[in-house]
Design a protein around this ligand. Structure first.
Ligand code: AMP
Ligand code: GLY
Length: 421
């Protein structure tokens, strides 16, 4: 008989591995399940073969296995209404309702909220009609920022350099309905360094996490196609305390209050994808969940008991301000060659036991007793340090110990911080 609380984590990527790691450090947690989990998660949690959007299956599992708290990773599960279904069954769950998840799942809704409550963001207009959209875009400066209104697994944003590119993107989104039927939001093009500001949010209560920066492009020098994120670090030198306070008050807290006023209170993580533009800090996007790979570098800094934070938010109760270590972290993603395009799976990974750093599994599985590649992003190696240069040197030294013939990684994570831009 296990003593302590039983927790179910929904999802199976690097973000969920980081959540499971954080929960496993809680003295209150006795047993962790993860659905579907992965090979790395399986070392600290029991993997459960259920899809993250199988709401009925997950609910039945939680009831049948004495789960006292469920923590949701992916937006697809939130948008599928997992929180509403669990709450209706009297189950405690950390994550937003379907209505609140609209802050991520509908770009148009997010833009309307920001406009209504004065949250700084790029100017925009939304369109349903292809000809009207193209006409509008053609009369404005390029590049044009085109965003599909719904969830599109990170592929719904096109920065079109000229009219031909814009036309192709609008055709795909509005005429071919590549992501389904939906509008397109056309935004002003902003410039400046991007960063991620995640907060635990329970209605009006906002508990900030350390800032992080993702690296979305596949190759060094921010070249190549957009990916889910190739690495991240904390301790951003280009965001001052004043910038952070501005963003906390005028973006994160204002949006949390707006969602309360709209009758869609938040009860999970609000992720601000922000940009430091020459005109100040503005919102590029909101997510209704932990960022990936940001979570993998942020949660190792948490000194407080994450179970306390998750349960307080799940219950709508206040909790003590979470405490964070005064260190920085840096993490490098190892991805399958070909990612984010097509790639092969099933390559054996060796040397993991020699790595003296956090090894986060993003897309792995066990096959014939070996850890093998099973996704586009496969592993992330994370370490902390006194400063970014130290953390970077440590991580790349450890990454070099991992042997697999089908993985690649960026060698310049944190370049913006280290170049002093
Ligand atoms: P999103 O999925 O909304 O975060 O967009 C993906 C990426 O497109 C962002 O990380 C930015 O690099 C870029 N992007 C989105 N919106 C804008 C904008 N208004 N101006 C410039 N770049 C943008
Ligand atoms: N790192 C970007 C995201 O989680 O959406």
């Amino acid at each position: 008989m296990v003593s302590g609380k039983t927790v179910l984590v929904v999802g199976g990527g690097g973000r969920e591995h980081a959540i499971v790691d954080a929960l496993s450090r809680s003295p209150q947690v006795g047993k962790i399940y993860c659905a579907p989990g992965n090979a790395g998660i399986g070392k600290k949690a029991t993997n459960v073969p259920l899809k993250d959007t199988d709401v009925e299956g997950l609910k039945a599992f939680a009831i049948g296995n004495g789960v006292g708290l469920t923590v949701v990773g992916p937006e697809a599960a939130l948008a599928a209404g997992i929180v509403d279904a669990f709450r209706a069954a009297g189950l405690r769950i950390f994550g937003h309702t379907k209505a609140a998840t609209a802050i991520e799942s509908s770009k148009e809704f997010a833009k309307e909220i920001m406009a209504k409550y004065g949250v700084p963001t790029a100017g925009y207009r939304s369109f349903e009609d292809f000809d009207e959209a193209l006409d509008y875009v053609a009369r404005r400066p390029f590049p044009a920022v085109l965003k599909y209104d719904g969830l599109a697994a990170g592929k719904g944003v096109v920065i079109a350099a000229d009219k031909a590119e814009a036309e192709a993107a609008l055709r795909s989104m509005l005429l071919d309905e590549s992501f389904g039927k939906g509008k397109v939001v056309v935004e002003d093009f902003l410039t400046g360094p991007e960063f991620s500001f995640m907060c635990f949010v329970d209605g009006d209560r906002v508990y900030p996490m350390p800032l992080a920066q993702d690296h979305k492009r596949a190759f060094d020098g921010d070249k190549g196609p957009n990916t889910g994120g190739m690495g991240a670090y904390t301790g951003l030198p280009f965001i001052s305390d004043a910038d952070r306070s501005f963003a906390l008050e005028n973006i994160l807290k204002r949006t949390a209050s707006a969602m309360v006023a709209e009758g869609r209170p938040l009860s999970g993580v609000l992720y601000g994808g922000l940009m430091k533009t020459p005109e100040g800090i503005k919102v590029i996007e909101f997510n209704a969940r932990f960022g990936d790979p940001e979570t993998e570098v942020v949660l190792p800094l948490l000194e407080s008991d994450i179970y306390e934070v998750f349960s307080a938010v799940a219950e709508g109760q206040p909790c003590a301000e979470p405490q964070w270590k005064d260190r920085v972290t840096l993490g490098v993603v190892l991805a399958s060659k070909g990612y984010p395009g097509s790639y092969e799976k099933g390559y054996v990974i060796e040397g993991l036991e020699d790595v003296d750093a956090h090894v986060i599994h993003m897309g792995t599985k066990i096959s014939d007793g070996n850890v093998v590649t099973a996704g586009g992003r496969v592993l992330m190696v994370v370490s902390d340090g006194e400063d970014i240069a130290a953390a970077k040197e440590k991580v790349y030294g450890e990454v070099a110990k991992i042997r697999c013939s089908n993985l690649f990684y960026r060698s310049d994570i944190a370049h913006i911080a280290l170049e002093g831009k």
